[in-house]
Design a protein around this ligand. Structure first.
Ligand code: NOJ
Ligand code: CA
Length: 690
């Protein structure tokens, strides 16, 4: 078996796991009108119950007896047939247990355990109607996933879903951390913290703390051939799935049998335990691409921040950034400091004028005349570096799809194995055009765009190219199936610090690990060292200390990480820069250790194919007198702890650059003092000494 294939492992030397599969038929209980069937998590703490009978079919979830989801509806409304989900009977219900471990080609951890119990229920309409609907629940120790499986059935060739009526009745006194759903700026909002009852419509993942003290995150897994879901409040205060519509209001168009994405409810006892959950990946299909050893986690620099600071421009109608000469400067810098990639934005025809509106005029094969791509590809290659390609579509999907194969062919010839894509367009404004010129406008999480992303991944994979999408559809774990979907944006990243009004406040990155990051990697682009850039943008700045910029490389996971600042700004802090040069982007294991949502987050990660550990911690508005017990280190090994932390007088507002950088020898069981300044953080490399 190829070690990169990410297929199921049976038993391995690493894990004495027995892959077990048992099967039983559930006890079905019934009162006068209702039948219910239930399944319990392997640890016995979570119980999912399905109820069918008179009226709507419903499900509920409890953990330790606490009601996490009160009985909530299941079913659909269709355009071309009657609603489905009311008055159904259980035809068959089976429970199976499964405990397996599979290997990731890259990720937060190399081996992922998938230990769950499954309840598969076949439902059929009662009283002379005869449509069927199957529902599959998987209950893990850290949460629940369920999906609908609509079987092939007589007389139904297609189903147009106008509403998925899946409900989520949580305790509405829970505290929620959320961003609004379907607003113009897609997923790029600051998070709100409010009682759940004040949420109207939210994107997922949305994270809750219940009055019983449990942490819960609602999201979805394996979003393919379907529309993305937000959580929308009903007039009675409960919530339901709201799918992104097509322009005519259809929500999802299906042919024959279909399965929906999994609706996922992660549940944990602490905020940071949410980050340990692998449910989203476990509910996705295994790798479809075969050998993906060409997907390479790595670090990159690029012609990027200078445009966000307005020191240069994407288009040739200003001070063009993507020139041959400037690119060579970045290639030299990458080669000198061990970075693999050099992103170049603004290299291709189409950026002149208002590029936000230019989606239909971008060329993905024609460079600007002052950018010599073949020469640069060669120049990079000689220095052990690669260009990272860029395809900004501005939401013009037909224009992109017509050219993307040629665009990827060109990049393949130029030795380019990673491409950043972009879909800058307001929500509901990505578009595609029919042969007769009719234009259709779509949401970034609408079914058309969901399917588009898969077409891009498949075309790129044929050329051994990995994709990092910005303004993407949200992550639902498809990196397991398409491991060349190497990263994405899908939240407010560093760029907001250059031009946002406001920028990202200190709490933003203390919320992301518990919300957006539960969905998958993020190309946040950390590593800004000139935090104030007073000349370029006097009204903006980065609201962190310098040490916190380093912490982001460990806390905000991505297999590709940018050193985002201008090369000249790293020389001024060469000692701190050493951490960015050292930190890996691919991990054997990740252990969230401490934190509270919006306050702070601390994570330890062990490098893949090596012995070193890394520790990252960051805080929001408040300084924190933090100390970390080094419980995660290997027994019997001494480590040189290379500590990069806020100096005792550091503060993001008044003294952001003050850092303490030092080394000390430590071992498992020691405690390391790591105080954090307001808006601060720390990063530590534990270099194994023997
Ligand atoms: C928005 C992306 O997030 C940013 O990284 C990129 O520079 C611009 N679009 C231009 O493509
Ligand atoms: Ca963006």
């Amino acid at each position: 078996m190829n070690k990169f294939m990410g297929t199921l492992l049976g038993t391995t030397a690493f894990f004495a796991l027995s892959a077990c599969a048992e099967s039983e038929t559930t006890a079905q209980n019934s009162d006068q009108n209702h039948a219910f069937t239930e399944v319990t998590s392997p640890d016995g703490r979570t119980v999912v119950k399905l109820m069918a009978g008179e009226g709507q079919t419903t499900y509920s979830v409890t953990r330790d007896g606490e009601e996490i989801v009160a009985p909530s509806p299941l079913g659909f409304a269709f355009k071309n047939m009657a609603p489905l989900g009311g008055d159904m009977k259980v035809v068959e219900a089976n429970i199976a247990a499964s405990d397996t471990t599979w290997e990731q080609p890259w990720g937060e951890r190399q081996f992922v355990r998938d230990n769950h119990k499954e309840l598969f229920v076949k439902l059929a309409e009662k009283d002379g109607k005869h449509r069927e609907l199957n529902i599959r629940f998987r209950v893990f120790n850290d949460g629940v996933g369920f999906r609908y499986e609509f079987p092939k059935q007589q007389g139904i060739d297609s189903a147009i879903i106008t509403d998925e009526i899946t409900g989520f009745q949580f305790d509405d006194a829970s505290t929620a951390w959320w961003i609004p759903g379907r607003e113009w700026n897609r997923y790029e909002y600051l998070y709100n913290e409010s009682p759940l009852k004040d949420v109207k419509e939210a994107h997922t993942p949305i994270t809750l703390k219940t009055t019983g003290g449990k942490y819960v995150s609602l999201h979805e897994a394996a979003l393919v051939n379907y529309s993305g879901m937000t959580m929308l409040k009903n007039p009675d205060g409960s919530f339901e799935a709201n799918l992104a519509p097509w322009p005519n209001g259809d929500k999802v168009r299906t042919e024959g049998e279909f399965t929906t994405p999994w609706r996922t409810i992660q549940i944990s006892d602490t905020a940071y335990d949410l980050m340990k959950s692998d449910i989203i990946l476990n509910l996705n299909e295994p790798n479809k691409l075969g050998d993906v050893s060409w997907v390479e986690p790595s670090k990159y620099v690029g012609i990027w921040w200078e445009m966000h600071l307005a020191a240069s421009t994407w288009g040739s109608d200003g001070k063009h950034g993507a020139t041959t000469e400037n690119t060579k400067r970045y290639i030299d810098f990458a080669a000198e400091n061990g970075f693999k990639g050099v992103l170049v934005e603004g290299w291709n025809i189409g950026w002149d004028g208002n590029w936000y509106e230019n989606g239909d005029v971008f060329s993905f094969t024609q460079p600007y005349p002052d950018y010599n791509l073949p020469e640069l590809a060669e120049y990079a290659k000689e220095r052990g570096v690669q260009i990272v390609g860029h395809h900004e579509t501005s939401g013009g999907i037909s224009n992109y799809e017509a050219q993307m194969d040629d665009g990827f062919d060109l990049f393949e010839k130029m030795n380019i194995s990673q491409v950043k894509t972009g879909y800058v367009a307001d929500a509901g404004k990505t578009h595609h055009t029919e042969a007769d010129g009719t234009k259709h406008y779509e949401y970034h999480d609408g079914q058309y765009v969901v399917d588009h992303h898969v077409r891009v991944l498949e075309s790129a994979a044929k050329r051994k190219i990995s994709i990092n999408s910005h303004e993407p559809v949200k992550d639902t774990g498809l990196r397991r199936t398409y491991p060349n979907w190497i990263s994405r944006e899908g939240a407010r990243g560093q760029e907001y610090n250059a031009w946002g009004d406001p920028g990202n406040p200190p709490s933003h990155t203390a919320i992301l690990p518990y919300t957006r990051m539960l969905s998958g990697p993020m190309d946040f682009t950390p590593g800004i060292f000139d935090l104030l850039f007073e000349e370029a943008k006097p009204n903006n700045r980065v609201e962190t200390t310098l040490a916190k910029q380093l912490s982001l490389y460990v806390v905000i996971y991505s297999p590709i990480q940018m050193a985002a600042d201008l090369p000249e700004n790293y020389g001024k802090h060469a000692d701190a820069f050493q951490f960015i040069k050292d930190v890996p982007t691919d991990w054997a294991e990740s252990i969230p250790l401490a934190g509270e949502i919006g306050d702070y987050a601390v994570i330890a990660r062990k490098e893949r194919d090596g012995k070193d550990w890394y520790l990252g911690g960051l805080t929001g508005d408040n300084a924190r007198d933090y100390a970390q017990a080094l419980s995660f280190l290997e027994e019997g090994v001494s480590y040189e702890a290379q500590v990069y932390r806020d100096a005792d007088d550091a503060d993001w507002k008044s003294n952001p650059y003050a850092m303490a950088i030092y080394k000390e020898t430590v071992k498992k069981g020691d405690t390391l003092k790591l105080p954090m300044a307001a808006g601060g953080g720390f990063a530590v490399r534990f270099k194994a000494l023997d």
